[in-house]
Design a protein around this ligand. Structure first.
Ligand code: ADP
Length: 494
């Protein structure tokens, strides 16, 4: 029997902003279209949002171009002052933490505790981190043979089109815009159609912080219309995208004509490797967080748990028991650990994979169905007896479903862990430091965690090997995406 969706604790969050931000002003789209953003916990409409199309993107790109032109207020601003604007914006985000957290939870469905303690503070931290970099972007002096003085400068790339997904709406916005603005670029940001609310409110706060008009433009809309128009626009110098690898392939083809700079952060099927000598309490808890945090809607989710044969059965039992205790429910209840999936399409896709897992002979140990009669809730699901070839073990499900696979030894598990076109993240649980380093060395992944999972910080680079991405975000590395290196060589008269 399915329980009714629990009583909602949802506060009455004021939706302050539903229009697009172009050239420092909030406005409706040229064609006056809107689209609805939906509360995934109730399936009800939250608000109608201005829908950007080709013409709006064109206006936004032209505003960003003008703001980037030589002699503009933005180009004349000292690097340190760009940093100061990012600090001021971060301060305003923290000042409005409760409102932003409520908006994020309303629009995305993630638990309010996560929004309050994770997403919103992390977005502010990213803005501040790159604010600190703004006046530390240096070139080099290089000695070459002959009577020459050679140095490099790092100049901003120009107008950046940034396209983000719905799983961490505020953080994805911050990851994209902060390094771009720190480097002196201008931006047209397209939030995901499922979650436009926090990006628009962040835009208001950016204007309050004092960014000049046109430096940051935000155009909500759909991927194949607004997103595609941004990718095709001849006056956009760079596209930064986070989402599915199939969308990245479309973007890469579209961007080929103008050879736009591209960076991608894409999906994963990340291996979470548990050796028999691991601390089992920590490994079980870690595996649970690895897959179920953010309702499994996480590009680096530990969706393939490889467990060594001696402890496999015990591990599956303990993981299932722990998983069954997870508290699903109203995202506004501070005790809730897992909210709904983002939308009907994801909900249907996840349930389809769960059925496929059963049909292919895997054992559904816990979960395996929707929760409640309303909202896109899926019970956290553990599959045992999974084979590598099964769809649940090879496709990215982007939901709360973990495949637990049995392995014998290190060589075998490395081969199987790497047998995927993804390479975003991996983790290893062991008390043996040698094994931990061997895994870190041999697994093809942009991030490897040892006896922990999902530890992502603004100071450390993040991104994928293979089809999980191109380039790195965060850290000093993340700045490189937004600068062009210019080499200047001066002939020194004798
Ligand atoms: P997801 O399945 O997580 O929604 P997508 O790759 O479809 O992943 O979407 C991520 C972002 O890419 C969203 O902002 C979406 O609107 C945008 N997008 C989708 N299709 C395109 C496209 N053809 N061109 C540009 N952007 C797109």
């Amino acid at each position: 029997m399915k329980a009714k969706t629990p009583r909602t604790h949802s506060p009455s969050v004021k939706i302050r902003q539903t229009q697009m931000l172009i050239d420092g002003r909030f406005c409706d789209g040229v064609e006056g279209k809107t689209f609805a953003t939906i509360n995934p916990a109730t399936e009800e409409k939250i608000a109608d949002i201005a829908e950007g199309g080709e013409k709006d993107i064109d206006l936004a790109v032209k505003a960003a171009r003008k703001a980037f032109a030589e002699g503009s207020a933005w180009r004349k601003l000292a690097a340190r002052e760009r940093g100061r604007l990012l600090f001021a914006w971060a301060d305003l985000i923290e000042k409005n933490l409760e409102e932003l957290a409520a908006l994020e939870t309303l629009d995305n469905g993630k638990p309010i505790t996560a929004s309050r303690t994770g997403d919103v503070p992390a977005a502010a931290a990213v803005l501040r981190y790159y604010g600190g970099w703004a006046d530390k972007i240096h070139g080099q002096t290089i000695s070459i043979p002959g009577p020459y003085f050679t140095y490099t400068k790092r100049e901003p790339v120009g107008v950046c089109g940034q396209i983000i997904p719905w799983n961490y709406p505020m953080d994805m916005a911050a990851w994209k815009v902060a390094p771009a603005l720190a480097a002196g670029c201008t931006v047209v940001l397209k939030p995901a159609e499922q979650t436009p609310l926090t990006a628009l409110r962040m835009g208001e706060l950016a204007m309050e912080a004092g960014f000049p008009p046109g430096v940051l433009n935000i155009v909500p809309g759909y991927g194949p219309t607004a997103g595609a128009a941004l990718v095709k626009h001849p006056q956009v110098d760079k596209i930064a995208f986070t989402g599915e690898h199939k969308t990245a392939q479309i973007i890469m083809r579209e961007a080929a004509d103008s050879l736009k700079r591209l960076t991608f952060e894409l999906g994963g099927k990340s291996p979470n490797i548990v050796f028999a000598d691991a601390d089992m309490d920590e490994a079980v808890e870690g595996a649970c967080g690895a897959i179920f945090s953010n309702a499994g809607q996480n590009c680096c989710a530990g969706s393939r748990a490889f467990v060594q044969e001696g402890v496999y059965d015990e591990f599956v039992d303990r993981l299932a028991q722990r998983t069954a205790k997870r508290k699903l429910g109203d995202p506004f209840d501070p005790a809730t650990e897992q909210g709904p999936q983002i939308d009907r399409a994801q909900f249907d896709k996840i349930l389809k994979y769960i059925n496929l897992g059963r049909q292919e002979g895997a054992r559904c140990v816990t979960g395996g169905e929707r929760a409640f009669d309303r909202g896109y809730f899926v019970k956290p699901t553990v599959f045992g007896n999974v084979q590598d070839k099964m769809a649940i073990a090879s496709d990215e499900i982007f939901g709360p479903v973990v495949s637990v696979l049995r392995f014998k030894d290190l060589d075998e598990v490395v081969g199987r862990a790497n047998n995927t076109f993804y390479g975003l993240a991996a983790a290893v649980w062991t008390r043996d430091i040698g094994k931990a380093h061997a895994i870190a060395d041999r697994v093809q992944a942009g991030t490897v965690w040892v006896n922990c999972y999902n530890v992502v910080d603004t100071a450390a680079p993040f991104g994928g090997f293979k089809m999980s991405g191109m380039g790195r975000e965060l850290g000093e590395k993340g700045l490189e995406n937004y600068t062009e290196t210019k080499t200047v060589t001066v002939h020194l008269p004798a």
